[in-house]
Design a protein around this ligand. Structure first.
Ligand SMILES: *[C@@H]1O[C@H](CO)[C@@H](O)[C@H](O)[C@H]1NC(C)=O
Ligand SMILES: *[C@@H]1O[C@H](CO)[C@@H](O)[C@H](O)[C@H]1NC(C)=O
Ligand SMILES: *[C@@H]1O[C@H](CO)[C@@H](O)[C@H](O)[C@H]1NC(C)=O
Length: 473
């Protein structure tokens, strides 16, 4: 090889290296969180490897044209996870329903993908999911999500998943199957998986808040240049069995009622087959009191009870219940984030007793604190949609939806034909109550960790300069 030729090759190698470095560096820039994380200890232990690239307005795969065809391919991809003898547990929720129900659903949810005439502006939906060891729910959840996305219009949707150190096949299923299905459907997405365990010195709630904020990270990246994309709704979904029609109902009610947080109801089973409410730690009725576990009589507020018993949406102070639709305005404009309670300013946690409520904030769940921060920023219209019933386990989901009611038990009303027709009242505006002055908080304590402490206390509902229940614009 001549010296000139060698120099020439070296130059080419240098150019290739430099461009690779630039491309990689750009990507890393994008992957970094925009804000400094609240807790650097956690941040350092996270290790990203994933399809982190965020692509706005990805064109649909050119070989397949209609959304229906793309959905068919996406469903086939997800079905490949199942063995031959398996079927989706949620399949029947739309496949085996009356024609009357199908027609009313088509009409009811037609306006969700576009604003009505004359603007016909597309509406944008951001999906956020935190997953951990969710092999069991993933096939059904993925199936229902692609159906939901197909309905809303894949180009109007962004899906963000943050998975944290699963020991089962969750990361592989997400990275291969789910990502591939979304790609075929034409939906933008960011699927991040982390292998780092929870650091032992970090409070559980602080860790969970961190994980939820990671799932929301692309929302903020997309709001900034060069994307400048703002979303109309954020749909936060836990590891649940749910029918996509029920998620459409949550979005429909959020639009109709102009609510800021809209949830369904989540269940567990007791004594084998009696349904009870699951997440009573977070849910607070309009009086600020926890829901009872007994779904026969869950609420303290009499007007809410009446609506609940008629299976109508009702107002609450706070809810999460496995799935919540959020108005993202406070996330965009008020810097609201998931967080743990602010520690006591003067006393170390080991000196605090159960009843020592002076000075600090009650150590509630990150979802309770999100409600609190929504109220504080003037976004206190919280709605629970009784019709929407979700579960974390297949047998609970089946019991809720497939079983005929048992005689005599107050819980009978929890078992549903899934194509129950819509009452006229389910399409009417509710009357918002002014809400509670205080709410009942149950703190969560971890002895080993320097963070919030256990308390059971009444905590004032923050007063905002704006009326949290102000009439919608
Ligand atoms: C569909 O629903 C009918 C009536 O509710 C039921 O008898 C039938 O078993 C269901 N089909 C499947 C495949 O589950
Ligand atoms: C959809 O929008 C149209 C036009 O504004 C309106 O007339 C119709 O009632 C809406 N449908 C539903 C189900 O809300
Ligand atoms: C991931 O988060 C879940 C809660 O969603 C938690 O129970 C689990 O311990 C976390 N995983 C790791 C590896 O820390």
């Amino acid at each position: 090889m001549t010296p000139t030729r060698r120099a020439y090759l070296a130059l080419i190698a240098l150019l290739i290296f430099a461009s690779l470095y630039l491309v990689f560096y750009q990507r890393v820039q994008l992957d970094q969180p925009q804000d400094k994380p609240a807790d650097v200890k956690i941040e350092e232990t996270f290790n990203w490897f994933a399809d982190n690239a965020i692509r706005a307005n990805r064109p649909p795969s050119p070989s397949v044209t209609t959304v229906e065809e793309r959905l068919r391919v996406a469903e086939e991809i997800i079905r490949s996870i199942l063995s031959d003898s398996q079927d989706f547990i949620t399949r029947d929720c739309t496949d085996n329903v009356s024609d009357e129900y199908k027609q009313s659903v088509a009409l009811r949810y037609a306006n969700l993908s576009y604003a009505p005439f004359p603007t016909k502006k597309p509406r944008r939906y951001f999906f956020a999911l935190n997953l951990y060891d969710n092999e069991a729910v993933l096939p059904d959840l993925a199936l229902q999500l692609v159906r939901l996305i197909a309905h809303l219009g894949p180009s109007n949707v962004f899906v963000s998943v943050f998975e944290n150190g699963s020991t089962d096949r969750t990361p592989q299923l997400l990275q291969t199957t789910f990502a591939r299905a979304l790609k075929h459907l034409g939906a933008d997405h960011s699927i991040k998986t982390s292998t780092a365990p929870k650091p032992s010195k970090v409070h559980r709630i602080e860790y969970l808040a961190h994980a939820r904020n990671r799932a929301l990270e692309p929302l903020h990246i997309l709001a900034a240049p060069p994307y400048d994309l703002r979303y109309d709704h954020v749909l936060f979904i836990n590891d649940i069995f749910v029918c996509h029609n029920d998620l459409l109902e949550l979005l429909y009610q959020q639009r109709l009622q102009r609510s800021h947080i809209t949830c369904g109801l989540d269940y567990d089973l007791q004594w084998g087959d009696v349904p009870i409410f699951y997440d009573t730690w977070v849910a607070r009725d309009v009086k600020g009191l926890p829901f009872f576990k007994d779904p026969g009589r869950p609420l303290h507020s009499a007007p809410s009870m009446a609506r609940y018993q008629s299976n109508l949406p009702f107002q609450a102070y706070c809810c999460w219940n496995g799935v919540a639709v959020l108005d993202p305005t406070p996330l965009y404009d008020e810097d609201v984030r998931f967080r743990a309670a602010t520690p006591h300013p003067h006393k170390p946690p080991e000196e605090l007793s159960n009843t020592d409520a002076t000075g600090g904030e009650c150590g509630a769940s990150e979802c309770s604190l999100l409600c609190k921060d929504y109220w504080a920023s003037g976004h206190g219209r919280v709605l629970v949609v009784s019709r929407v019933k979700v579960a974390y386990e297949a047998h609970v989901y089946k019991a809720l939806h497939e079983r005929p009611g048992k005689f005599g038990l107050p819980a009978d009303g929890q078992f549903w034909p899934r194509d129950r027709k819509f009452e006229e009242e389910e399409g009417r505006m509710i009357e918002w109550d002014k809400g509670p002055d205080a709410q009942f908080c149950i703190g969560y304590h971890e002895k080993t960790v320097l963070a919030p402490w256990e308390q059971v206390m009444w905590e004032d509902v923050p007063v905002s300069l704006e009326d949290p229940l102000r009439p919608a614009d």
